[in-house]
Design a protein around this ligand. Sequence first.
Ligand code: NI
Length: 139
Amino acid sequence: MTELVRVGISLPDDLLRRFDRRIADHGYTNRSEAIRDMIRERLVTDEWSDDRDEVAGTFTLVYDHHQGELVSRMLSIQHDHEGAVISTLHVHLDHDNCLEVLVLRGPAHRLRALTDELRALRGVKHTTLAMTSTGKNLL
Ligand code: NI
């Protein structure tokens, strides 16, 4: 069980007012929970930018499966990064478009390379990367 520690911080009053308005808009009822979530989010972002860390995430792609060799290129890239893609979900959105969700886990630099290669393929229309962490230290 993680022990909670109290800390006091000093902030400019206008910054605190803006913070309180913003977290209320997002449904937080107390500052502590909002600050904890912001710290975790920042740490996960930093893990993704640090090549030493193992991270996890989901990568969502919308693409036109009629586009040239796109599907075989996507598969080749995934096989090149063997082990990084631990699960996939495929939905046929309409006649032309597919939506695919890749669940990723591995060293941050490998996952960034994989998602960069996929995003750049002709026929890939939109992607989103949801970065999270394997949570060894912080979640
Ligand atoms: Ni499809």
